[in-house]
Design a protein around this ligand. Sequence first.
Ligand SMILES: C[S@@+](CC[C@H](N)C(=O)[O-])C[C@H]1O[C@@H](n2cnc3c(N)ncnc32)[C@H](O)[C@@H]1O
Length: 267
Amino acid sequence: MSRRLSWIFPAALIAANLFAPLHATERRPLDVPFITTPSAIVQRMLDMGDVKAGDYLIDLGSGDGRIPIAAVGTRGAQALGVDIDPARVTEAKAYAQQAGVQDRVAFRQQDLFDTDLSRAQVITMYLFPEINMRLRPRLLDLKPGTRIVSHAFHMEDWTPDRHDVVDSRDIFLWIVPAKVTGLWSLNSAGGEPIVLRMWQQFQRIQGIAIFPGEHSIPLMNATLEGSRIRFDLHTASGVRSFSGQVQGRTMQADAADGGAWTATRYD
Ligand SMILES: C[S@@+](CC[C@H](N)C(=O)[O-])C[C@H]1O[C@@H](n2cnc3c(N)ncnc32)[C@H](O)[C@@H]1O
């Protein structure tokens, strides 16, 4: 082969491969390679996610299945692991069988981007930051209170609710916040309705109360954890603390809150 042809030939082969259509039997490349989470980290992830009996945990990119198997075996939860690599799914099913938990854990060969997450109380992942970021809009749309635990990688400006370091490894927990941005009418026993205007950036919230006559004051110590909201309001009769649950377009005082109050969305 001439010198010229000798480089044109491999270049043509590479080009042919790049532009060849993917056949149905070919798998797309892994978004993240298989690397395992050590067992001390698995246990701390389950602690941080408060995984317990009655919870359904989904591990996205489940590898050899160690996180779902531990969730079922050590916390009494039910679990699902999804992995795009069929070899990993076969391996995980065999480990579940060995651990005797195969009736409470399922493993599915599936792209994590196609996985229905709506049933989960807890989602675990050991992926890459850009994969976490692609998942983030879907995670933020899950039921308020859903716990998301990530080994190693963050989600940029969605700061975690908790960050632990175990054996020099980062573990992050996020609790999906309810959606509260907007205008609310706050009705508490004996008083005239007060307008609340609230803003949020993920779980961080701020707000003002607009009293009849347009006098406004900021909400103090406002926090949101899942659907649990708290704030303090300076009223004519002193500081009143509100704590309650956000349920879609309403807020309801919770049992810990002495005075009955509700809030409903205007917008
Ligand atoms: C870093 S490993 C984590 C394994 C396990 N979760 C753990 O913590 O030990 C990432 C896993 O994600 C899987 N994976 C990569 N891309 C995926 C995708 N698009 N859908 C589902 N699984 C994927 C890989 O096959 C690999 O097993």
